[in-house]
Design a protein around this ligand. Structure first.
Ligand code: BDR
Ligand code: CA
Length: 311
């Protein structure tokens, strides 16, 4: 099994990433830490606790991280994820409390204490990961890779140039992409192809356990937002679970090795990930960028893993 830490801002797709990871024997969830992003930090932390309560995994240590980006005010995505950050299904109240330390300290403790190098999986803004690398540089030696959701080689989804997670904290993203650690980026290029269609959601609803029902209801809510003609999606793009699916079965994805820079100062381009698709910059590759996926295989994986909760 591969030890991972999920740093998330639940968030509909973050919640599904967490439910998928916890159902996957290939992965060991050492900790869940929360970032400020889709909703305010108090809400994303509470949502992580509620999702883990739902799936009966109150054994996993949880801690909240930074309350705001490194040097900017927080932008939240309540227009996408609602007032609670997880609008739609009814979720249980948290049956356990976060551990009594900061999320970044919890990450450091788990990384330094792990016999096997740890994979970090950030599915929100990269603030906590950047703070970890800056505050506990000794952790770097025991980080296997950073498999993140964020960025785009093409258009953005929060500004014409920028994807939400990177736009919220571009300075943090810049630190992560420059860290020298292996980075795998799942940006909008691939996550917009990871759509769950109405019939996929019905397959999930037909699975007879509560976590699957909640996933179907999360997807119902998420799909309504994305069916707005301005986006033109037929289904719901499952951004964050791409990271977990990649760790379970990388063969579902096609990736390119390339240089990625983060725009922190542009007039129209702050938060843009500049992906050197045609090796024009002369810079050495610093990331693997997922560009495409086997969508049916991705759907099968999610459906199959949700059935695990039947036990
Ligand atoms: C990303 O932004 C959030 O709204 C989602 O949870 C995902 O991590 C997509 O741009
Ligand atoms: Ca997210």
């Amino acid at each position: 099994t591969r030890p991972i830490i999920l740093d998330c801002d639940p968030g509909h797709d973050d919640a599904i990433a967490l439910i998928l990871a916890a159902a996957s024997p290939e992965l060991e969830l050492l900790a869940v830490t929360t970032s400020a992003g889709n909703q305010t930090p108090d809400k994303t932390l509470r949502n992580a606790l509620r999702v883990l309560t739902l799936i009966g995994r109150t054994d996993i240590p949880v801690a909240g991280g930074a309350h705001k980006p490194i040097s900017r005010e927080l932008i939240i995505a309540d227009s996408v994820h609602g007032e609670s950050g997880l609008d739609g299904p009814e979720l249980p109240e948290p049956a356990f409390a976060p551990v009594g330390e900061h999320g970044v300290a919890l990450m450091a403790e788990k990384i330094l204490g792990s016999k096997q190098p740890v994979t970090l999986v950030p599915t929100g803004p990269l603030t906590n990961i950047a703070l970890l690398l800056a505050t506990y540089p000794e952790c770097k030696d025991n980080i296997e890779q950073i498999v993140l959701m964020g960025g785009s080689a093409g258009a953005g989804n929060w500004s014409p140039a920028a994807e939400f997670n990177i736009l919220v904290d571009p300075e943090a993203a810049d630190i992560v992409f420059r860290s020298g650690l292996p980075v795998v980026m799942h940006g909008l290029d691939v996550t917009h192809k990871a759509q769950m269609m109405a019939e996929d959601i019905e397959r999930i609803r037909a699975i007879d356990n509560r976590p699957a029902q909640v996933v179907a209801e999360l997807l119902d809510f998420f799909m309504l937002y994305h069916r707005d003609p301005k986006w033109g999606f037929e289904g719901a793009p499952l951004h964050d679970p791409c990271t977990i699916a990649y760790l379970i079965n990388p063969e579902l994805f096609s990736c390119i090795d390339t240089w990625v820079g983060v725009e922190t100062k542009g007039e129209h381009t702050q938060g843009m990930t500049v992906v050197d698709r045609y090796q024009l910059s002369g810079n050495e590759p610093n990331a693997k960028v997922a560009m495409d996926l086997d969508r049916p295989g991705f759907v099968e994986l999610l459906v199959e893993r949700l059935a695990h909760y039947n036990a």
